[in-house]
Design a protein. Structure first.
Length: 270
């Protein structure tokens, strides 16, 4: 995989296919594998670029000057500059949508179209923020994600009732065990704190282009309920699509539906 040095650290990314550029922003705790079905489908007619979050996959540690989602947006722009790409079609899921929307607001001339998936641009509700911070504290103290926490964290990303013996679930649960202590302490936990202490930017959403923006959400998304997506779509004035039989990582739980929706949207806007 190619690498771009941004803020002194190595950002790894996938660059596959040719045509109009589609930039995919990933979820916290997931490598670019969360987009595997979309990479395969979209790269047939688009150039697909998928950066890995700091501390995830093959990317280096969180740069010391990274304190907020605005920094992730700025780093996304730096990647586009590194690749000499003037404009992209950006689809971001979860934190990928959080920094993706900020990138679109910061540099609207660089974003041809925007898809916000299973994400929320308001502040994290205080109760869930405190809950996630308590998990981070346990991870810090253990220097690992303890076994009992695996069965707390992994289900958050899927629809209730998912088969926990399925390859999708088991592979993700196992991936959480592979984070080394240093990576957890230097990158994963600090990045998580930045995500869940984010500022509310709902008031800026009307600045986004309603004609070239789409909101999507898994019908059974627990951490980012469909009501949040509907709220954002109302503020933007754009369409919202609910993804059946899917929770938070809708790209993997219902890839056929997501692929069709993205290809239809891109055909009209890329």
């Amino acid at each position: 995989m190619p690498v771009a040095v941004i803020d002194g650290q190595a950002l790894h990314y996938l660059d596959q296919g040719s045509g109009p550029v589609v930039l995919l922003g990933s979820s916290y705790l997931w490598s670019l594998d969360m987009w595997a079905p979309q990479i395969e489908a979209l790269s047939q007619q688009y150039r697909v670029i998928v950066p890995e979050l700091w501390g995830h996959g093959d990317s280096g540690p969180l740069p010391s000057q990274t304190h907020s989602l605005d920094d992730l947006a700025r780093q996304g722009l730096a990647l586009l500059d590194h690749l000499d790409i003037p404009r992209v079609n950006l689809a971001g899921l979860s934190v990928g949508g959080m920094w993706g929307a900020r990138l679109a607001l910061l540099a609207p001339e660089r974003v041809n179209s925007l898809v916000l998936m299973d994400t929320y641009l308001g502040a994290e509700p205080e109760a869930t923020r405190q809950y996630y911070f308590s998990l981070f504290k346990m991870i810090e103290e253990a220097g690992a994600i303890p076994e009992p926490l695996l069965d707390v964290i992994a289900p958050i990303f899927f629809r209730p009732g998912i088969d926990r013996e399925s390859a999708l679930y088991r592979n993700f649960r196992e991936s959480l065990q592979t984070f080394p202590r240093e990576r957890l302490l230097d990158s994963i936990v600090p990045l998580g704190r930045a995500i869940f202490s984010r500022e509310d930017i709902l008031s800026q959403l009307p600045q986004l282009d309603s004609d070239t923006t789409l909101v999507m959400c898994g019908e059974q998304d627990t951490p980012r309920a469909p009501a949040e997506s509907e709220e954002m779509a109302d503020l933007i004035g754009c369409s919202v699509i609910l993804i059946p039989h899917a929770g938070h990582i809708s790209s993997r739980e219902n890839p056929e539906f997501v692929n069709e929706a993205l290809l239809t949207f891109l055909a009209n806007h890329a």
